[in-house]
Write a protein that binds this ligand. Structure first.
Ligand SMILES: NC(=O)c1ccc[n+]([C@@H]2O[C@H](COP(=O)([O-])OP(=O)(O)OC[C@H]3O[C@@H](n4cnc5c(N)ncnc54)[C@H](O)[C@@H]3O)[C@@H](O)[C@H]2O)c1
Length: 236
């Protein structure tokens, strides 16, 4: 039980990486506030980008558990418009969900993480924080932003023994990718072959990395971006 007595928030936990992470954390003894959009059957159903949502999320967790030790900002959406076509509304939405909301959730959580004495922030970025592909300008900007602000949080919050790290998932089989890959198995195959381990990632691959960073085992790791991509980024 590596998270016995800990209280956590996991956003986007109705599906994919967030679901696997929340389930593993519970298995390891944590109490977890699961957060996702309405209809996703989680503890708190809310749009994280709505006005006031970050505060509501943190307050709900604190009210329920009386403490808060771990925040996993995982909820996210993709983008798929070429730069010359991307609409302002679509750009704003990707940045609001993937970048601004996670930052505001971290900000609202800081006082509780400080009181925890071993606070943990784990933000789910993407290999696209460093790489790119067609149609991903908004997505790449948002994920590079997550990496940037997480490093700054690590710097500023270290004095309270709060660690802040981010994960860079590669090509993972989740709600975000499965519809495309079911329709285009050839695309799934290309991504699998790009990984030096010759396979797609599973949500559990990310959950295990998040558990390491959330547990005592990760106590001396901060400001770090951890690739969980089967070596995808080794190929240029
Ligand atoms: N799947 C991949 O290959 C991959 C690769 C790199 C990074 N990621 C990142 O991993 C994270 C998790 O994605 P996933 O792959 O598990 O996809 P997913 O679609 O299975 O899960 C994402 C969850 O976030 C929720 N969500 C989206 N917008 C929300 C909002 N405004 N408020 C509340 N919840 C919201 C969705 O409803 C969904 O349940 C995302 O940040 C994504 O960018 C995924």
């Amino acid at each position: 039980m590596r998270l016995q007595g800990k209280a956590a928030i996991v956003t986007g936990s109705g599906s994919g990486i967030g679901k696997a992470t929340a389930e593993l954390f519970v298995k390891e003894g944590a109490r977890v506030l699961t957060v996702d959009l309405p209809g996703k059957d989680t503890g708190l159903e809310i749009d994280i980008a709505a006005d006031g949502a970050p505060k509501t999320i943190v307050e709900t967790a604190f009210k329920q558990f009386g403490r808060l030790d771990i925040v996993v900002n995982n909820a996210g959406i993709g983008s798929n418009q070429l730069a010359e076509e991307v609409e302002r509304e679509a750009w704003d939405r990707v940045l609001a969900v993937n970048l601004t909301a996670p930052f505001l959730i971290c900000q609202a959580a800081i006082p509780h993480l400080r009181d925890s004495g071993a606070g943990r922030i784990i933000n789910v970025a993407s290999v696209m924080a460093e790489g790119t592909d067609y149609g991903l300008s908004a997505y790449c900007a948002s994920k590079a932003g997550v990496a940037g602000f997480t490093r700054t949080l690590a710097l500023e919050l270290g004095k309270w023994k709060i660690t802040a790290n981010y994960l860079l998932p590669g090509a993972i089989r989740t709600g975000m990718t499965t519809p495309l890959w079911d329709a285009r198995p050839d695309v799934a195959d290309i991504w699998a072959k790009k990984s030096v381990l010759r396979r797609l990632g599973e949500p559990e691959d990310l959950a295990k990395a998040a558990l390491f960073l959330a547990s005592d085992d990760g106590a001396f790791v901060t400001g770090h971006g951890l690739n969980v991509d089967g070596g995808l980024m080794l190929r240029v």
